[in-house]
Design a protein around this ligand. Structure first.
Ligand code: AMP
Ligand code: ZN
Length: 113
């Protein structure tokens, strides 16, 4: 999608600190980390957000979870990490290309803000 920030990262038009990439997904460090380890996992397919996931996307969403968890292990945060999907501006979504946040390396509070 032309004016989507994360599609531009996928296309290489905007640089990112990439952790993993294959034909389906891309993982990169968040530019404004909210924990000592904070990275995003995105599908290469442009999906706006969690509420826009269609049945044909089921496999890619599962793959995002697996890749994110494997990266959490590689990053040394497997003992405790937070997984976040924001859906909609009122929930804090600012980039409308679905992304899974993985945060770790510090104690996490509950409930989230
Ligand atoms: P959200 O608020 O859930 O939509 O999350 C969007 C995330 O994208 C935020 O945590 C931002 O810090 C992050 N972000 C924005 N621009 C970039 C970028 N160019 N590279 C990496 N992360 C970014
Ligand atoms: Zn996009």
């Amino acid at each position: 999608m032309d004016d989507c920030l994360f599609c531009k990262i996928i296309n290489g038009d905007i640089p990112a600190d990439k952790l993993y990439e294959d034909d389906d997904v891309l993982a990169f460090r968040d530019i404004s980390p909210q924990a000592p380890c904070h990275f995003l996992v995105i599908p290469k397919k442009h999906i706006v957000g969690p509420a826009d996931v269609a049945p044909e996307d089921d496999a890619i969403i599962g793959k995002m979870m697996r890749v994110g968890s494997e990266l959490a292990s590689k990053e040394g945060i497997a003992d405790g990490f937070r997984v976040v999907f924001n859906n909609g501006a009122s929930a804090g979504q600012t980039v409308f290309h679905i992304h899974m946040h993985i945060l770790g390396g510090r104690d996490m509070a509950w409930p989230p803000g």
